[in-house]
Design a protein around this ligand. Structure first.
Ligand code: KG4
Ligand code: ZN
Length: 337
């Protein structure tokens, strides 16, 4: 008998629903919230209101697109955290009600684990990584190096002490006048820029941890100084600024990931999260595979950003282990694994 799982993701500003059958994606719908663009970042209250408006149509459409009846669903997997509490509450309350209504099990999913386990979706792109591997979760809210021994045996061995990598792209992009989220714009501009034109200081952080706040402040001061000399500095140098900034961010990321593979002796590096579609990051890690003797794995573009297919995938893995959740458990903004 095939197993159908409905996944529901609402941790930040995307409302997403997906139906998968035995690890194969039948539908994966994402309603983006355009409203945050005019504010230059996600406004939590507006995000939860938009989730409330989107969740029923998105879930309905995901079931329709999967060409199944909701009575065929075996379980509902939802993002319990981490994320914005108001946003998480919409997805978790909806999932609980639907699981009660359909009388099927409920499965809680950790969003960051899901970014890594997205690689086990049937058509994720690359071959599935073997365990153990070094997981690198890079998104708007997280920057983590994770020792992954098995599907649910994960240990964070390094993380950012301040800003996340995606946040750094977005905040520096805002200083350059780029729209939110700025990550993809910086990536695009970088392609025609000179990575060596400007150099920015890299942080000195212990162990496998990261820090991006110094780079952000240094970048801001540099722009202020240059703008005093030439008020069109940003406009005329945009591609070079983006390329040099992106290059510095990648160098910071790369150094600790390489340190992690040397320290653990594990040479499979598995990326997840919105920033893992950055072309500079992909090129850098693919280019140096032979030189540093590792293999890197990047998900297909649609599974890098927040999506419910990865939530449904974790749901499927947990369903096979009879690992179900109870209605008493609530959304958790700082959900740990
Ligand atoms: O995983 P995600 O969709 O949401 C969170 O859980 O945060 O990640 C969103 C982040 C944003 O900071 C966005 O700017 C960044 O991913 N991002 C990129 C690129 N595409 C998205 N950063 C750099 N280069 C990109 N191409
Ligand atoms: Zn995410």
């Amino acid at each position: 008998m095939p197993t159908y799982i409905l996944g529901i993701e609402s941790s930040c500003d995307d409302t997403s629903a997906s139906v998968i059958c035995d690890g194969k994606v039948l539908s994966n719908l994402i309603a983006n919230q355009e409203i945050h663009k005019s504010f230059g970042g996600v406004v939590p209250e507006l995000a939860s209101r938009a989730h409330q408006q989107n969740i029923i149509p998105v879930v309905n459409q995901a079931i329709l697109n999967a060409n199944i009846d909701k009575k065929q669903l075996n379980a509902i997997a939802y993002t319990r955290g981490p994320g914005l509490l108001g946003s998480l509450l919409v997805g978790s309350s909806f999932s609980k009600s639907l699981s009660m209504g359909l009388n099927i099990p409920l499965i809680e999913v950790n969003h960051m684990q899901a970014h890594l386990l997205a690689h086990f979706i049937e058509d994720c792109g690359e071959t599935k990584p073997n365990f153990p591997f070094i997981g690198v979760t890079i998104s708007g809210g997280h920057t983590q190096i994770v020792l992954v021994k098995d599907y649910f045996k994960m240990e964070i061995i390094g993380e950012t002490l301040d800003d996340a990598i995606g946040e750094t792209f977005d905040k520096c992009g805002k200083m350059l006048g780029l729209p939110y989220p700025a990550g993809p714009h910086i990536d695009k501009e970088s392609k025609s820029g000179d990575i060596k034109k400007y150099s920015f200081t890299k942080p000195k952080v212990e162990d496998l941890n990261y820090s991006f706040s110094g780079l952000k402040t240094g970048f801001m001061r540099f722009l202020q100084k240059e703008k005093q000399l030439n008020e069109n500095f940003i406009e005329s140098e945009l591609n070079n600024l983006c390329a040099s900034l992106q290059h510095t961010i990648i160098e910071i990321l790369y150094e600790k990931v390489i340190k992690a593979i040397k320290q653990t002796g594990i040479n499979r590096i598995v990326f997840g999260g919105g920033v893992s579609c950055n072309s500079g990051i992909i090129n850098k890690f693919k280019k140096n595979e032979k030189y540093e003797n590792y293999k890197s794995f990047f998900p297909k573009f649609e599974y890098t950003t927040d999506n419910a297919a990865m939530i449904a995938m974790v749901g499927f893995l947990k369903y096979q282990n009879n690992d179900f959740s109870s209605l008493e458990k609530g959304a958790e903004a700082r959900f740990k694994f």
